[in-house]
Ligand binder design. Structure first.
Ligand SMILES: [Zn+2]
Length: 549
């Protein structure tokens, strides 16, 4: 049926790491049982990397197939002695938190139990304290035992339906089984696919974008501050299976000393921006083979934090904290030969700001509405700006509607809402949705619609078809991906997450991959050894690591 006992521990994020004893003769049946769960529920089974809690399919010398109920902590066995796929589905049902339907604490409302006819394993028929369960009792649940001899059945339905011969599961999840699993595992999690073997050497800071590659591949471009504190461009080819392979460094891929490196795609190439050794903003353009084309020389002055935003096929916006601590935005034109020309800026009298982020809210042929988030002395402020062919002008801002926060980013959700992603005053992840009117004239916080999560050290968000994905470094120093749905009214709802699939890391960036495949996003982290490491993930709805044939 659909019932789970009280106090059962579930699998974090709906992700079940597993191992299979390679000596088992029925590995195909185990795979079929896993595929059944992945096709019918939000649960995902992943080959164990180093997760502490996992199941191991084993063959035990005594007894039939069996399994503990729910996550036990550490290694737990699913005894896969019997070969039938339906039996394995039943045992996996236990492992993910399902109890026997006929042990529900309300079962006597639905059936007559002939205790005297039980000859074996009487404890498998005792009523248990039920936590979560579906409304209706399900005589055909994959978790329901058969009634035995129809002439002397162990179970009889009080209504007479079904007949004793028809009581008992058929080895597949029923509608009510699925209803329970949907209730306790409500969303598909984020599945780790693969990573760039060996990493790419020491890194101090990274920024990533992804662009289409040849033959249904993508190229993840990392603009980094390498171990020598210098600018470097590192490229990875991502195959649609999720495999990540480092590509040769392009011509002119290294530069001088740099901090705060960021990059964005522009036209058929990309532009990166950094603070150079003198603390000045410095841009480099790269062509369609990522070769270095040109730089901005000394056209920009001293900056603090900065953010680079693509406006159109030949324009980028640098949103900066100026040398005097004020918000300053500069529009640059990238000419066809890669030359970088400063066009105009927002002026020297911007508001006091300590850090910045930006996103395009609306784009037409000749102009863009841009949302710029900055950290003012006592609060975060979200502002709107109109960019046209010759000017960038302030439109409106969020006034006093946000408190203090840091690590702040702004994302445009598919619903049209703009979401501020930050770390709040208690160091917790906070997502704040805003309504921005069409011309940008009103920037309104949607009350009571925030998303919240635990204590974090770093954040990298990315817009996704369902809302947004936040890649964070948790309090314990682990990489964690969390999915958030943005509803039509702006309400932010936490969906699945990546659980414990990624190791330790810091200084992460995240890029959405520009193709439809088994991999959908790529995080790039500085791993526990200080090396640059890309990891690919499926955050949409793909199955785990098994191929469904
Ligand atoms: Zn059982």
């Amino acid at each position: 049926m659909g019932a789970s006992p009280s106090g059962v521990d579930l699998w974090r994020g709906g992700i079940v790491p597993y191992e299979i004893n390679p000596d088992l003769a029925n590995i195909d049946s185990i795979h079929q049982a896993i595929v059944h769960f992945e096709e019918q529920t939000n649960l995902r089974f992943v080959g164990r990397l180093n997760q502490d809690d996992y199941i191991r399919f084993s063959k035990q010398t005594r007894g039939n197939s069996n399994s503990e109920v729910g996550r036990q902590g550490g290694r737990q066995y699913v005894n896969a002695s019997l070969n039938a796929v339906g039996v394995l589905v039943h045992e996996l049902g236990h492992a993910v938190g399902m109890m026997h339907e006929h042990q529900r604490d309300d079962r006597d409302d639905w059936m007559i139990f002939h205790e005297d006819r039980v000859t074996d394993e009487a404890e498998q028929y005792e009523v248990e304290d039920t936590g979560a369960r579906t409304a209706r009792y399900d005589f055909q649940s994959v978790m329901h035992y058969h009634a035995g001899d129809p002439a002397n059945p162990i179970f009889e339905s009080r209504s007479g339906m079904p007949a004793p011969a028809d009581i008992g599961g058929h080895g597949t999840l029923t509608v009510t089984d699925k209803t329970l699993l949907e209730a306790i595992y409500p969303a598909a999690p984020v599945i780790r696919r693969s990573d760039g073997e060996g990493g790419a050497g020491e890194v101090l800071h990274t920024s990533a974008i992804a662009v289409p590659g040849v033959n249904n591949t993508a190229v993840v471009v990392n603009a980094i501050r390498n171990g020598s504190k210098k600018y470097q461009l590192v490229l990875w080819r991502v195959y649609d299976t999720g495999v990540v392979v480092r590509m040769p460094d392009p011509l002119g891929s290294t530069g001088g000393k740099a901090t705060a490196v960021t990059c964005t795609a522009v036209g058929s190439g990309l532009v990166s921006a950094m603070r150079d050794a003198d603390g000045e903003l410095y841009l480099i353009s790269h062509g369609d083979a990522f070769q270095r084309l040109a730089d901005s020389a000394d056209q920009a002055g001293e900056v603090g934090d900065h953010h680079l935003l693509m406006l159109s096929a030949n324009r980028v916006l640098s949103v900066c904290v100026s040398g005097s601590g004020r918000l300053l935005s500069i529009v640059w034109e990238i000419q066809s030969n890669g030359e970088i020309v400063r066009r105009f800026d927002s002026g020297t009298n911007g508001p006091a700001a300590a850090s910045v982020s930006s996103v395009v809210v609306e784009s037409t042929a000749g102009s863009q509405l841009v949302a710029i988030l900055y950290r003012a002395p006592s609060r975060l402020v979200l502002s709107t700006w109109k960019v046209d062919g010759s000017s960038i002008t302030f439109v409106a801002d969020s006034k006093q509607s946000m408190g203090a926060g840091d690590l702040a980013h702004v994302i445009a959700a598919p619903t049209g809402h703009v979401v501020v992603v930050c770390r709040d005053a208690s160091d917790r992840l906070l997502l704040i949705p805003f309504d921005i009117t069409r011309n940008g004239a009103a920037v309104t916080r949607i009350s009571g619609a925030d998303g919240h999560a635990g204590v974090i050290r770093e954040i990298a968000p990315v817009a996704r078809p369902y809302g947004l994905l936040t890649s964070v470094i948790s309090e314990g120093g682990h990489v964690l991906l969390i999915k958030w749905r943005v509803e039509d009214n702006g309400q932010i709802v936490r969906l699945g997450e990546s659980g414990t699939q990624a190791g330790e890391g810091s200084n992460l960036s995240v890029a959405a991959l520009p193709f439809a495949s088994k991999v959908t996003v790529c995080t790039v982290v500085r791993n526990g050894s200080g090396d640059l490491l890309p990891i690919t993930w499926d955050d949409v709805d793909g199955p785990g690591e098994l191929t469904v044939v």
